[in-house]
Design a protein around this ligand. Structure first.
Ligand code: NAD
Ligand code: ZN
Length: 359
């Protein structure tokens, strides 16, 4: 396995958000006066910003998560910050779900590296450490808080790909389950299931290692406890899911995903479907690859009474099916992890179209 890096510091617990001031203060000094806050746009109207220790120097960016991060959007934010000469930020704080946390990571990196977001999509391309980064998840599941990647859609290249680097790991996490109490039920399920899905993919893959397995097994156990219990949104379950998400993100450092993620990335790039929902749509037709886990998935859906739309992709155009196929088949590592080196013989264009028809 490769040399892995995980988050350096974290605190966990109800109300730990109140400690944000103590962490931010340490990063503010005469030279670096400002702090950049990237907040999910949901928090514009919910008063969370009033709880931040804002100074006149600080910048608050409300991240529009109606679309998942795409490279031109990140570049626009970065351009604005680079032009703001008086800013010498001491830290970037991300508060939100995977989209916002990934935006914060990319912003931090692009403020200390030249060029633009698309230049660093890939593996270990980032040259300089980013600004000090604090991550505060407000919805659990993606593991973006603890992984070494920030995922962005590159519309020009028609791909969804992360900046994978040791510099894209948060320096400090504040894990406060209280923040997730306002997440709508369906969204909570869709995003939460990301942990379960990452873990089932890596545990069924060919590239395994003892540490990745240990993180994945524990994260999977917690996810099952949450989604097979009566109320996935109870205080206890929100805390459990936050831990599961953190562990799932740690697992990503040393493991690969499988068949589900390439399909859901395709749905994201070609049809703009958000990651969590896309994963769940794909799970409905994965019995051939992950039969046991799909059965449990349906039990979870049943228990939590969430909506999983069906029949959305029966009548796409030939061009759309082509684009979907192309954006799936580029994910060589996960597909080889799941299906072996001859994955192209198994996932032919006809087979992929059939899978979409059945969703
Ligand atoms: P998200 O960040 O896109 O947010 C989903 C929705 O939840 C948004 O509408 C947002 O406004 C809302 N929301 C967030 N917190 C809320 C709260 N406390 N109360 C009410 N509403 C709230 O969702 P996500 O599923 O967490 O993130 C998806 C993104 O993460 C995708 O771009 C995906 O590719 C990426 N991802 C990254 C990694 C990684 O390791 N970096 C891993 C998996 C997925
Ligand atoms: Zn995922």
């Amino acid at each position: 396995m490769r040399n892995c890096k995980n988050v350096l510091h974290y605190i966990f617990g109800q109300g730990s958000f109140n400690q944000v001031e103590s962490f931010v203060t340490r990063k503010r000094n005469a030279e670096n006066k400002s702090i950049i806050y990237c907040l999910d746009h949901y928090f514009k109207n919910n008063g969370l910003a009033n709880r931040l220790p804002l100074s006149d120097w600080d910048q608050v960016i409300y991240v529009d998560t109606s679309k998942e991060p795409f490279t031109p959007y990140i570049n626009t934010i970065v351009k604005g910050l680079r032009e703001e000469q008086r800013l010498k930020p001491g830290a970037v704080v991300g508060i939100g779900g995977g989209s916002t946390l990934d935006t914060a990571k990319a912003v931090s990196i692009l403020l200390t590296n030249t060029g633009w977001a698309e230049d660093y999509q890939g593996w270990d391309l980032v040259k300089n450490p980013g600004l000090y980064m604090i991550g505060i998840p407000s919805i659990s599941g993606t593991g973006a808080e603890s992984s070494r990647t920030c995922v962005m859609i590159n519309p020009e290249r028609g791909i969804k790909l992360g900046m994978n680097s040791d510099y894209s790991v948060f320096d400090q996490l504040i894990l406060d389950p209280e923040l997730t109490s306002t997440v709508p039920r369906n969204q909570y399920f869709y995003t939460g299931l990301d942990t379960y899905i990452h873990c089932l993919e890596s545990l069924n893959g060919r590239y395994r290692n003892a540490i990745g397995d240990a993180f994945s097994q524990q994260a999977m156990l917690l996810s099952k406890e949450v989604f097979l219990s009566e109320d996935m949104l109870s205080e206890e379950n929100r805390a459990k899911l936050m831990v599961a998400s953190y562990l799932g993100g740690c697992a990503i450092a040393s493991s690969y995903v499988g068949v589900v993620h390439p399909f859901s990335a395709g749905l994201g790039v070609v049809l703009g479907i958000h990651h969590g929902l896309a994963n769940c749509l794909v799970m409905t037709v994965m019995d051939e690859f992950y039969p046991k886990e799909v059965e449990i998935f349906w039990e979870m859906v049943e228990e939590q009474q969430v909506e999983i739309p069906r029949g959305l992709f029966k009548n796409l155009t030939e061009t759309q099916y082509d684009k979907l196929y192309n954006s799936i088949i580029v994910h060589e590592k996960p597909l080889a992890n799941a299906l072996g080196d001859n994955f192209r013989d198994i996932l032919t264009k006809e087979k992929v179209v059939k899978i979409f028809m059945a969703m």
